[in-house]
Design a protein around this ligand. Structure first.
Ligand SMILES: [Zn+2]
Length: 88
């Protein structure tokens, strides 16, 4: 009885999901072939992001041009404040 039956050996040796569960420890279901999670934890077909990070949002807030533009605005506001101080 130490050796499992040949029919269930692939099931026992397949990689496990390992996702964190709400109840006790990690998920022990078999991972979907080619993925690291089971069908219930993101391994299902069609789940997950596309390869190459196509879902990431690009807003351009930290581009070199945007940073330079904000710096110009700050400089202009500083000059305007100085001008207002001299007019008092
Ligand atoms: Zn799982």
């Amino acid at each position: 009885m130490s050796n499992p039956a040949p029919k269930i050996r692939p099931m026992l040796t397949s990689p496990r999901c390992g996702a964190k569960t709400r109840f006790c420890g990690s998920c022990r279901s078999a991972a979907v072939r080619g993925k690291s999670r089971c069908r219930m934890h993101g391994g299902a077909q069609g789940s997950g992001a596309q390869k190459g990070n196509h879902n990431a949002r690009r807003h351009g807030l930290f581009t070199t041009d945007a940073i330079a533009e904000r710096q110009q605005i700050r400089d202009l506001l500083g000059e305007a404040r100085k001008l207002l101080q001299t007019m008092r």
